[in-house]
Design a protein around this ligand. Structure first.
Ligand code: ADP
Length: 248
């Protein structure tokens, strides 16, 4: 049966179409923008040109506005289902999106055993990296590249993104290397994730989902903070939508 999953996130909306074997037929990602219901309809319309789904499931913070979906399921459950379908050995999922981050542990049946979430503070999310990239006029690939070039991440002590940005400018004027500052920012996000990881007693194998999993610097920062191998999920940004499709 052909199924569609739609993940209306705070930053991007993702839609995935899968076949009876959970293989992806087509997928799309677009900024959620200021009219999420219309964005969701547009993405579904685009995918409908590849094949017509017999069931549609919505997820993400905007899942309730997808009025054409047959059901709506939380993104915790959908990320778990998606990563589990793509990587059956998964024990722990780190999901970092635009405005929230989560660590999810799975039980031996693949169900959610526990999760910890930060959706109150930008400091542990993609929006911190986005604002730093904008501040230094870098795209996200350049930001990751600069992070990887540093072997000396500078500690960022501010616990708030607004103050951290001023701290970063202060460090630059003191002559610090941009690569080391950027690496320090990645390390500060990894430190926040490690608290969530400890809360749920995360265990290997660890897979990384969400848009920030496309940032290789963040993968390395997490590995160094957690002391475990962190593998980006296949198509990490669409894992929630993929899981929704699997559960549709
Ligand atoms: P949400 O589901 O919360 O809307 P996503 O999972 O789509 O968010 O993640 C969005 C974030 O992913 C952005 O804030 C950005 O930091 C990050 N991101 C997206 N594409 C890339 C990329 N190519 N390289 C690095 N980071 C990326």
């Amino acid at each position: 049966m052909i199924r569609m999953g739609i993940d209306v996130g705070s930053t991007t909306t993702k839609a995935v179409l899968i076949d009876a074997n959970n293989q992806i037929i087509n997928s799309v990602v677009t900024p959620t923008g200021n009219n999420p219901p219309q964005t969701a309809r547009n993405l579904a319309g685009e995918l409908n040109q590849s094949a017509t789904p017999q069931a549609i499931c919505a997820t993400g913070y905007g899942r309730k506005i997808v009025d054409f979906a047959d059901k709506a399921i939380t993104e915790i459950t959908c990320h778990a289902a998606g990563v589990r379908a793509a990587h059956p050995d998964v024990a722990t999922i780190i999901d970092i999106g635009g405005q929230d981050s989560k660590v999810i542990t799975l039980d031996h049946t693949g169900g959610v055993a526990d999760f910890a979430m930060n959706d109150k503070c930008a400091a542990g999310t993609g929006s911190f990296l986005d604002s730093i990239a904008r501040r230094f006029e870098l795209d996200l690939n350049e930001l990751a590249h600069k992070c990887l070039q540093s072997s000396n991440p500078l500690p960022i002590s501010s616990t708030c993104v607004v103050f951290a940005e001023s701290e970063v400018i202060g460090l630059l004027t003191e002559g610090a290397e941009l690569n080391d500052i950027i690496s320090g920012i990645h390390a500060s996000i990894a430190a926040r994730i490690s608290r969530l990881y400890a809360q749920v007693k995360g265990q290997a194998p660890v897979y990384f989902s969400g848009g920030v999993a496309k940032n290789e610097g963040m993968i390395k920062a997490l590995e160094s903070e957690l002391g475990v191998k962190v593998t980006p999920a296949k198509n990490p940004q669409i894992m929630g939508a993929y899981g929704a499709a699997v559960l549709a």
